[in-house]
Design a protein around this ligand. Structure first.
Ligand SMILES: Nc1nc2c(ncn2[C@@H]2O[C@H](COP(=O)(O)OP(=O)(O)OP(=O)(O)O)[C@@H](O)[C@H]2O)c(=O)[nH]1
Ligand SMILES: [Mg+2]
Ligand SMILES: [Zn+2]
Length: 295
């Protein structure tokens, strides 16, 4: 008889699943069923005391992905309610990193949350105006929640609780911004949970190499993912790219040409909006760079 389960970790040809009664078991895959992702809802069959075999993967609500060097999609986790983009004053976000994440998240039809970790360092830094952290208020104006956290001082991580409750969330961001440190602070029984999970992932090192789903005390789930140096987008239609810029939405369909890419075409409503200050120029310039890189 098949049991319903959720995939917590997927690693090579096996993973750890949690069945609906809360038991964690090692799950083997077979080629005919395929490999599930972290977050997948699956059906399994018991093969031993704490051993199961994967017999089916449920259709996914969504898949969060990034691109490899050849611009192909690589799925990181499935069935998410929200994505938390973690940035920090150290390492500073690279150019367009946040915009790339926002495009990817909008393409899933789910909501982004921007998390400024190591926020206790912000006051100590000189305030250079041309760095991405200077745009946080503008992200708020666009409607994105921006939450400050610190694993080394005030305000701690309590700012995250209201958004995490009862949801499946993933932490993404550059390597070293503190995703795993946030997990450490937020999951009270982390040692217990990782003890069970490390049967598959091996002993944890500093840098996260595997995507892992943890259970939150507040009935939600939180996923830690390996950091990236540069988050790349897969090859996509200009339309999908544009959808990720919510400040462009009010001007939808107002360009002279139906297939306007907003890259200097005559009668472009987006360019007019930029000139009239309705769209921030730095956002438009970021769009143009992503459009150029997407060819
Ligand atoms: N000052 C300060 N340091 C922090 C904070 N959070 C994490 N760190 C430090 O930042 C470093 C990297 O933290 P990790 O949690 O391993 O970062 P990560 O995002 O999980 O990195 P990857 O797994 O490589 O993606 C560690 O030395 C942490 O101690 C913070 O709020 N303030
Ligand atoms: Mg990590
Ligand atoms: Zn246009």
């Amino acid at each position: 008889m098949a049991l319903a389960a959720r995939v917590l970790v997927s690693y090579g040809n096996r993973g750890i699943v949690e069945t609906s009664d809360g038991k964690r078991m090692v799950c083997s895959y077979r080629r005919s069923v395929g490999r599930p992702y972290c977050g997948d809802r699956v059906a399994v069959e018991m093969t031993g005391d704490d051993q199961v075999l994967l017999v089916g993967i449920e259709p996914r609500d969504n898949e969060f992905a990034r691109a490899n060097a050849r611009f192909q999609k690589q799925v990181i986790a499935a069935n998410l309610d929200q994505v938390l983009v973690v940035i920090a004053p150290e390492p500073l976000p690279s150019t367009d990193l946040v915009e790339r994440y926002l495009v990817a998240i909008h393409s899933l039809g789910i909501s982004p949350v921007i998390v400024l970790n190591k926020s206790e360092l912000v006051a100590q830094r000189s305030t250079a105006t041309d760095n991405p952290l200077s745009h946080l208020d503008e992200y708020r104006e666009l409607g994105y929640p921006v939450l400050a956290t610190s694993c080394k001082g005030e305000p701690g991580t309590k700012t995250l609780w209201p958004v995490l409750t009862e949801k499946t969330s993933i932490l993404v961001g550059q390597s070293g911004v503190g995703k795993s440190s946030l997990i450490n602070q937020i999951i009270p029984d982390l040692d217990l949970q990782t003890g069970e999970l490390s049967r598959v992932t091996g002993k944890g090192t500093h840098t996260t190499t595997t995507t892992i789903m943890y259970a939150l005390p507040c009935a939600g789930r939180l996923i830690d993912s390996p950091g990236v140096w540069e988050y790349g987008l897969w090859r996509m239609e200009p339309r999908e790219l544009e959808d990720g810029f919510i400040d462009f939405h009010p001007f939808d369909g107002q360009c002279k040409f139906n297939d306007c890419r907003h890259a200097g075409e005559p009668g472009c409503a987006i360019l007019t909006a930029v000139e009239q200050g309705q769209i921030k120029r730095w956002r438009y310039q970021s769009y143009l760079r992503l459009l150029e890189q997407n060819r």
